[in-house]
Design a binder for this molecule. Structure first.
Ligand code: CMC
Length: 389
């Protein structure tokens, strides 16, 4: 079998070639298909970026109109999926619900196996239905009826409407809020071979269907070291606030390896000078709070914590900077999205990236992913009868 090199956490091992996302961790550069994240976040819509990631080019006006139309007309979710949903307890974590229901989609659309065309309806269905499903958990947690999608609304406004409209009052989506959401989703749309994306590719490499592959990605994203960090950040900032705002105490705890505590929203496997997404989000958080006239004490704590950490030798030496998750939660809060849905928002944003990577992997006919290992247990032992153990 030859010599096997272990690279725990794949810190230096490339798993694939990819033409989707360019990431330069030293210089803090992130480009989707060659277009800078700064430009896209400012000038594009989320669905435009989704199209770019999945199909490789920015859409023409006609291509965009067709793509958007397809998505708008597939936002409704099978009523039988609702029955599955209704069986979940009221306090079920929305990420558990989301991965389960996306997995269930593989049973509702069994034609996925003979889909020759990898750009098919399955991609449209996923993009169209994920926001609808995501809002169900929130509605249930409030004891409110779910809202059906409204296809005259754009992607972000439709999501906000399903989240916040009530049958007893009129509701208009605030364009400031829709624009902020659009930006956040774009910033999350792809990030090359991160844990969830690698999971999607690995599951898909066995030729498992796209729904099951994406469901696995959602599960991977849930962990606190990955997408789950955005929920942890806000919970940490709130804890600091309730603890009298003692920032130094939390910094010291994060530095103490025996505490088991990390500063959530800090550090990144690849970015070692700054996370370009964090820069954009930090500014967006300021803008959104200003425009909406919100004063969030948690933002102040975040700013103080960032400053204190960046002046601390421990963080400087290890090149630990705020990552995308550090400020995103502050915007989500301002938009009225509950903390336990932050990671769901990340999933909605990352979906086009997962799809693009799944499609690239299948189109390139990559072999099944099957890492090796170095065995460390006993090699050969004689069986001992139970009576003699
Ligand atoms: N707080 C305190 N110490 C840290 C932190 C942190 N947030 N992050 C890394 N370190 C220390 C770590 O203990 C280690 O120290 P030492 O060299 O003395 O052993 C050193 O920095 C290097 O860390 P690592 O764990 O070897 O680095 P990694 O590349 O394996 O981990 C990471 C990257 C993002 C998982 C990690 O920085 C972390 O756990 N951060 C907090 C969770 C978080 O914010 N995750 C979101 C990541 S960004 C977007 C996403 O994926 O969702």
């Amino acid at each position: 079998t030859g010599h096997i090199t272990i690279d725990a956490g794949y810190k230096n091992t490339g798993a694939t070639k990819s033409a989707i996302t360019f990431l330069d961790g030293e210089n803090g550069i992130l480009n989707y298909r060659g277009y800078s994240i700064e430009d896209l976040a400012e000038k594009a819509t989320f669905l435009e970026v989704a199209y770019l990631l999945i199909f490789g080019e920015l859409p023409t006006e006609k291509e965009y109109a067709d793509f958007e139309y397809e998505i708008r007309t597939h936002t409704l979710v099978n009523e039988d999926m609702r029955k599955i949903f209704e069986g979940f307890p009221v306090n079920a974590h929305p990420m558990g619900v989301l991965s389960s229901l996306v997995s269930a989609m593989s049973a509702f659309y069994p034609d996925h196996q003979d889909a020759e065309d990898l750009t098919s309806l399955h991609i449209i269905r996923l993009l169209a239905k994920l926001p609808t499903i995501a809002t169900w958990s929130f509605k249930k947690s409030q004891g409110h009826p779910v809202n059906y999608p409204q296809n005259d609304l754009d992607y972000c406004s439709n999501f906000l409407n399903m989240m916040f409209a009530l049958p007893v009052a009129s509701y208009e989506v605030d364009p400031v809020v829709a624009k902020a959401l659009n930006k956040l989703l774009i910033l999350h749309a792809d990030h090359e071979q991160n844990c969830s994306t690698s999971t999607v590719r690995l599951v898909g490499s066995s030729q498992a269907n796209i729904y099951s592959s994406i469901s696995a990605g959602i599960s991977a994203l849930w962990g606190p070291l990955h997408g789950g960090a955005n929920q942890e950040v806000i919970e940490m900032l709130e804890a600091i606030k309730n603890d009298g705002g003692d920032i130094q105490k939390y910094i010291d705890m994060a530095k103490d390896k025996t505490s088991g505590f990390r500063l959530f929203g800090f550090g990144h496997r690849v970015y070692k000078n700054f996370d370009p997404r964090a820069r954009i989000i930090k500014k967006a958080a300021d803008d959104v709070l200003n425009k909406l006239g919100i004063k969030d004490p948690v933002l102040e704590i975040a700013q103080k914590l960032e400053k204190a950490a960046l002046e601390d030798e421990y963080f400087v030496k290890r090149k630990l900077y705020p990552n995308v998750d550090f400020y995103s939660g502050i915007i989500y809060r301002a938009l009225g999205i509950p903390t336990n849905m932050f990671t769901v928002m990340f999933a909605i944003g990352r979906l086009p990236g997962w799809i693009a990577q799944w499609k690239e992997m299948r189109t390139n006919k990559e072999p099944i992913g099957r890492p090796r290992q170095v065995y460390t247990g006993p090699v050969k032992r004689d069986f001992v009868a139970m009576s003699e153990r």
